[in-house]
Design a protein around this ligand. Structure first.
Ligand code: SDX
Length: 431
């Protein structure tokens, strides 16, 4: 724990309680309420955890006001421009940028784990062809617990390391298999002579009937999308992974829980919902109708991929993603993209509209990613699986950090109870 020379005093029921205050290396101080219930007999109450730090971590720092995102201190825009996904994976996992030799060794280890047990192919056959790929991924990633017994003992540091590498290496293969299964095409095995992003594109888009050449522009854009989604502090799905792992559950089950949480449209499902929304809007002249709906308190409609719990000025990932979208569409010669026109006009209007300015609603990471993925040929149903694939390294890095903490306790929040107080049972004839 960091510096605790400061304290905060709370007066409750005429009793003064001093609580230690911890100062971080960056960001707000935190008031440690661990002893509050024992000393004061009260809980704190913070549904949605808007003011709650659930853990201490050294992996990712976000400043929502400055629009800053650092991975082990390195800003996301520099990593997106100068690094590549597997190097970012190494940085998130081990805390430092690797030497050339360490990077080569890490990439070789990941490459050698990209195949899945041949019997896992049978899992897919149990799903309907029109199953959402996220349903398939939740099931098959969870089923990894049934295949990789030699890396489920979380008390063995070596097994933890192997499980982390297996997850980073195999989730792209499983995501590609989920896609192939949904379109009725044969699974494509990974290739050891391809880089991570090229391998994924080939597993998704190659067919046995012809050779498949990876487009380096798409591969670079794919790799950048992975980097921009790699980790993001204690978001809902990462918090899910941490809570699941606090009970001692194996890493495959914990990551499957993270995938399930990411699926929601308020979280990772927003990229699919955003592109479907842009398509529903269809043309620029219909934007005002949807803006009005987003403001209407009686209408549950929200502008998907706008707003963020933490970013209150801009999402730094959205800036990089927008540059990438312009580059990819331009290089692919997709000029008159109606969806892009609607997206850019929607962004312009929303950034000038008092409602959105007052509520600090700006495009987040999901706003432009869907446009790139659509241009690459992915169906919208594959957008969130790609987010899950990229976020796997964030989940396993945070999981490793938590498991290694000797102070780890099972996560068990309390509640504000508003139900009936004690009452005796009433026989049915007396009701
Ligand atoms: C991700 O946490 C992370 O880091 C997540 C993520 C990651 O990398 O892990 O960044 C990935 O999940 C990005 C967010 C993707 N979700 C969406 O784009 C869905 C649309 N956005 C919203 O549902 C919403 O903005 C959230 C869920 C992202 C944030 O919700 P909050 O912080 O709980 O804010 P809120 O719902 O309380 O909204 C504050 C106000 C409300 O109005 P009032 O009740 O105060 O009058 O803003 C309004 C909301 O109605 N509002 C919106 C809006 N988002 C919030 N109004 C219209 N359109 C929207 N998109």
């Amino acid at each position: 724990m960091t510096d605790t020379t400061k304290s905060a005093t709370i007066t409750i029921n005429n009793q003064q309680i001093d609580l230690p205050v911890h100062s971080p290396t960056a960001g707000p101080d935190v008031v440690d309420i661990g002893k509050l219930y024992a000393q004061g007999g009260v809980f704190t109450y913070d549904p949605g955890f808007t003011s709650t730090a659930s853990c201490q971590s050294a992996i990712t720092f976000i400043d929502g006001d400055k629009g800053e995102l650092l991975h082990r201190g390195y800003p996301i825009d520099q990593l997106a421009e100068k690094s590549h996904y597997l190097e970012v994976c190494y940085l998130l996992m081990y805390g430092e940028l690797p030497s050339a030799n360490a990077l080569e060794d890490f990439e070789a280890r990941v490459t050698r784990h990209t195949m899945v047990h041949e019997q896992m192919h049978n899992f897919f056959r149990g799903f309907r062809r029109d199953a959402h790929p996220m349903a398939t991924m939740v099931g098959v990633v969870g089923a990894m617990s049934a295949f990789y017994h030699d890396s489920t003992d979380i008390n063995d540091p070596w097994q933890r390391e192997v499980a982390a590498i297996r997850l980073i290496a195999k989730v792209p293969t499983i995501a590609a298999m989920a896609y192939k299964y949904s379109v009725g095409q044969p699974f494509v095995y990974p290739r050891n002579d391809l880089d991570y992003a090229s391998n994924f594109l080939r597993m998704c888009f190659s067919v046995p009937a012809e050779e498949y050449e990876v487009n380096p522009i798409l591969s670079r854009a794919m790799d950048r999308i992975f980097t921009l989604h790699a980790d993001h502090e204690q978001n809902a799905s990462t918090s899910t992974v941490r809570l699941a792992s606090s009970s001692g559950a194996n890493p495959f089950a914990c990551v499957a829980a993270g995938i399930a949480c990411l699926w929601g449209p308020a979280h990772g499902g927003a990229n699919q919902a955003c592109l479907e929304m842009l398509r529903e809007i269809g043309t620029v002249d219909r934007i005002p109708e949807f803006i009005a709906r987003a403001k209407d308190k009686n209408d549950p409609f929200r502008l998907m991929s706008f707003g963020h719990r933490v970013y209150k000025n801009f999402d730094p990932r959205a800036k990089v993603m927008k540059q990438s979208a312009d580059e990819v569409l331009g290089l692919l010669g997709i000029e008159d993209n109606d969806t892009l026109k609607v997206a850019m006009e929607l962004e312009k209007i929303a950034l000038e509209d008092p409602y959105f300015v007052e509520k600090k609603l700006y495009p987040n990471v999901d706003f432009y990613s869907g446009i790139i993925l659509d241009a690459m040929g992915f169906p919208t149903s594959m957008f969130t699986p790609i987010f899950a694939l990229a976020r796997t390294v964030g989940w396993v890095s945070q999981w490793k950090e938590q498991i290694a903490d000797p102070a780890l306790k099972i996560g068990r929040p309390r509640q504000l109870y508003t139900g009936e107080t004690f009452r005796d049972y009433v026989d049915v004839e007396n009701r």
